[in-house]
Design a protein around this ligand. Structure first.
Ligand code: ATP
Ligand code: MG
Length: 289
């Protein structure tokens, strides 16, 4: 089946431009962004493991690290080395655990500071989207930096986003920022694929006592309040942190473990929402005259 046929097999509202005004990325069927308002809530860890979850579902998967000032995916995937140049403009993404990965972290030294103004960030993200030989992907996961700045707007306007996944920890201070993230995507008419509660409850590995360090259930209530899908929770667990630091993400190294099951289940829900067009869109405004 050629690409044209594959694209037309998807529901009409998922044909590239229908979900965003941006032109499609050659070779990529669906692009999703993983965002939060607040920093440090686990977007990169979640994006990495969700990408591996999509791959575990048999989907051809890539991940683009759009965090120019603080790239993480090269570390999370345990990748070193520089992408190969293909022709005058294109770069070949690196690949590990069956996922194609592109990050500015491959191109700059780990301890060098990225002192770039907004337009350079926009240009770097655009190049990583369009001048990388993604080559036949079912899904490209974009790991966004925190906040609602240049990187988020570039993605919203220049990538044909099928939707955004919002990651939040359960406590109010993170949810306030998550709301800003949701509002930003809704303002630019990007569907919200759902909210994930990360670092939801901590289960002590020695006594099995469960402690909701950041609270529990905040993201679910928030999703219910906003009428957006709640995708599930990922516990706060030392194995997730350790495997991330080692560059051996949990879904890759323990695919049958309980954590991998959470990520794969969420990946499955997201994929279903994408192919059925069930992502949440802001309700149309009703004008009463
Ligand atoms: N579910 C989890 N259990 C344990 N540790 C976690 C979990 N999720 C993330 N972490 C850890 O929390 C820290 C921050 O995670 P991560 O870098 O993914 O957050 P981020 O939202 O991408 O941060 P930034 O806003 O700086 O980009 C990391 O050390 C990571 O290993
Ligand atoms: Mg990050």
């Amino acid at each position: 089946m050629d690409r044209e046929q594959q694209v037309s097999a998807t529901p009409p509202d998922l044909k590239g431009r229908a979900t965003s005004t941006a032109a499609g990325i050659p070779g990529v069927k669906h692009v999703i962004a993983v965002a939060s308002g607040k920093g440090g809530v686990g977007k990169s860890t979640t994006s990495c493991n969700l990408a591996l979850g999509f791959a575990a579902l048999g989907l051809k998967t890539g991940i683009l690290d759009a965090d120019i000032y603080g790239p993480s995916q090269q570390k999370l995937f345990g990748l070193r080395g520089k992408p190969r140049q293909l022709g005058p403009r294109m770069l070949e993404p690196l690949e590990r655990f069956g996922v194609k990965v592109m990050s500015i972290g491959f191109l700059v030294e780990e301890d060098s500071a990225m002192i770039w103004r907004g337009p350079m960030v926009i240009s770097a993200i655009t190049q990583m989207l369009r001048e990388v030989a993604w080559d036949d992907l079912d899904i490209l996961v974009v790991d966004l930096p925190p906040g609602t700045g240049d990187a988020q707007l570039t993605m919203a306007q220049q990538a044909p986003l099928a939707g955004a996944v919002i990651v939040s920890t359960p406590q109010d201070i993170a949810l306030i920022d998550a709301r800003r993230g949701i509002a930003m995507f809704q303002k630019v008419s990007i569907p919200i694929l759902g909210l994930i509660e990360n670092m939801s409850s901590f289960c002590c590995p020695t006594c099995n006592h469960v402690t909701p360090i950041f609270g529990h259930g905040g993201a679910r209530s928030e999703a219910e309040r906003r009428g957006i899908p709640y995708l599930g929770e990922i516990p706060l667990d030392i194995q997730i942190r350790q495997t991330s630091d080692e560059g051996r993400p949990i879904v890759a190294v323990a695919p049958d473990g309980v954590h991998a099951k959470h990520y794969v289940k969420i990946a499955h829900e997201i994929w279903t929402a994408i192919v059925t067009g069930a992502a949440h869109r802001p309700p149309p405004r009703i004008v009463i005259e």
